[in-house]
Design a protein around this ligand. Structure first.
Ligand SMILES: [Zn+2]
Length: 505
């Protein structure tokens, strides 16, 4: 097989089959011609090779060439919550212990996670970045901006296209109500320790807005990395934070990425506190427009879907995560039927806990069949359209990535077609279906971003995974050992109180 490791000049990516897009037909014995990282032609391999004899070569015989995948929602946890000791549970019981989740070194875990994504064919992603749990000492503004710059440098080294969407929350640390009211509801022996967990000066929201504004300025014109705003979720954002994000999104003209309606309890919170209008509240405050994506949306009401369609807002669907945390199945068929753009995200929670985006595509395809509703089933092309073009729009790269057609970036995955077919596959099996039904990380032979081969035969070419893995493991182990057992015990004692407070949600 050919390989190429620089983006400059002409490149031909050849395959037994080229699948240019979700809508396009597969082309046999074809090649993608790339010039300086951008696709310039698509056609017969023999003719293109004869016309461009000096071009570098990638792909090869027996290969399937298709657009790179977009992971529309992930949190850069190179070591999963499960690996860190938090086994899956339903969403709220699981979240109740997240105050005890140890922080692995951000640079290491971000880069490692990006390499897990890359080797499963992901070339663009949205990183919903969690702020450090340890805080930022005397200089929150400087500390936070430095942390974001650290994430940017990990993404720069990864070589993936990145929409960095730092997550910010300013309320409801324990339950979906204000901390003070929850703490007041606790017995005396728990209220003091619970208060101590959230005591201390809160970092003002202006630190967040200023940091995003500054990062946006520093990344102006950057081809690989962009920044988006975020509120963590409607229940985790005060009116003040929603307003500040709405104003900044309008001023900077950038996307907003948030979680919403992930669990049944969150639905109950929205019904009780906002009469079912928590998304309308966002829309009225400038946080639900055509550059806004919500992750999850499992419990979107019909009126919410209509509102999102009207505003052009999008959904990052996290199928496996919703299954693992017992949230349910998102109304993806209804979203698609009403014209809402949907992308697919791994949420660091794929079914096999391995961040294989190809498996996530399959999980989404299978699961929507089980969801009950009159809307038509989605076929393999529909699911690939979400993965490629839906994700591209959520990442702010519509028309730039998600297809291998002239004018698009040469972000491509080269898969071993014979290995995917197994011992036998009828010629009648459509290629789109073959990818959705059978492709997985072990079939990925090459991954290219902007015409540069970044991964070959399952390994990144530009990052030493053995050395990086050893550093990640050491950091994770140190973080786990540093956890205060008293903190874990306190959260376990608080958890039943969280789960029964208040009765409605
Ligand atoms: Zn998430």
């Amino acid at each position: 097989m050919h390989s190429a490791d620089s983006a400059a000049g002409e490149l031909l990516i050849e395959g037994a089959v080229v699948l240019p897009s979700a809508a396009g037909e597969p082309i046999a014995d074809a090649a993608v011609l790339v010039n300086d990282g951008v696709v310039t032609a698509l056609g017969d391999a023999g003719e293109l090779v004869a016309a461009h004899p000096q071009a570098r070569r990638a792909g090869g015989p027996g290969m399937l060439v298709m657009p790179g995948l977009v992971n529309a929602h992930q949190h850069a946890e190179g070591v999963s919550t499960f690996q860190m000791g938090f086994v899956d549970e339903p969403f709220e019981p699981w979240m109740a212990l997240m105050h005890a989740l140890p922080s692995v070194d951000a640079y290491l875990t971000t880069l490692y996670k990006s390499m897990l994504m890359l080797t499963s064919g992901v070339t663009t992603h949205v990183h919903s970045h969690f702020p450090a749990k340890h805080g930022y000492g005397d200089d929150p503004a400087g500390g936070y901006l430095a942390e974001l710059e650290g994430a940017v440098s990990a993404h720069r080294e990864s070589g993936l296209r990145t929409a960095l969407a730092p997550y910010w929350r300013d309320r409801a640390s324990f339950v979906y109500d204000d901390d003070a009211r929850f703490i007041d509801s606790l017995p005396d022996d728990l209220s003091g320790p619970a208060r101590a967990l959230v005591d201390g000066p809160r970092i003002p929201n202006s630190v967040y807005i200023d940091a995003i504004t500054e990062l946006h300025r520093r990344l102006a014109g950057d081809e690989m990395i962009g920044v988006q705003l975020s509120i963590a979720a409607p229940q985790w954002a005060s009116d003040e934070l929603v307003d500040a994000v709405g104003e900044a999104a309008a001023a900077l003209r950038i996307g907003v990425h948030l979680h919403a309606l992930e669990s049944r309890r969150q639905l109950a919170w929205g019904d009780d506190v906002h009469a079912g209008n928590e998304l309308r509240r966002l829309a009225d405050r400038g946080v639900l427009g055509d550059r806004t994506a919500i992750a999850h949306g499992v419990y979107l009401r019909d009126a919410d879907i209509d509102l999102m369609a009207e505003r052009g807002a999008m959904v990052a669907h996290n199928c496996s995560s919703n299954l693992r945390l017992a949230c349910g199945i998102a109304p993806v068929r209804r979203l698609v039927a009403r014209g809402v753009t949907v992308g697919l995200g791994s949420d660091d929670m794929t079914l096999d806990d391995d961040d294989d985006m190809l498996s996530e595509v399959r999980a989404a395809h299978i699961t929507q069949r089980v969801w009950e509703g009159p809307e038509p089933l989605l076929d393999a092309r529909d699911i690939l359209r979400m993965t490629w073009e839906g994700g591209a729009r959520i990442a702010g790269r519509e028309g730039e990535v998600g297809r291998l057609e002239p004018g698009y970036r040469a972000d491509a995955v080269v898969l071993d077609l014979d290995a995917m077919r197994g011992v036998y596959a009828s010629p009648a099996v459509p290629v789109h279906d073959l990818v959705v039904a059978r492709a997985r990380r072990r079939h990925v032979r090459q991954v290219l971003v902007g015409g540069r081969v970044l991964a070959q035969d399952g390994r990144p070419l530009h990052v030493d995974m053995d050395a990086l893995g050893a550093e990640v493991a050491a950091s994770a182990d140190a973080a786990v050992r540093a956890v205060d057992p008293a903190r874990v015990e306190l959260l376990q004692r608080l958890r039943p109180w969280m789960l029964r407070y208040p009765p409605a949600y």
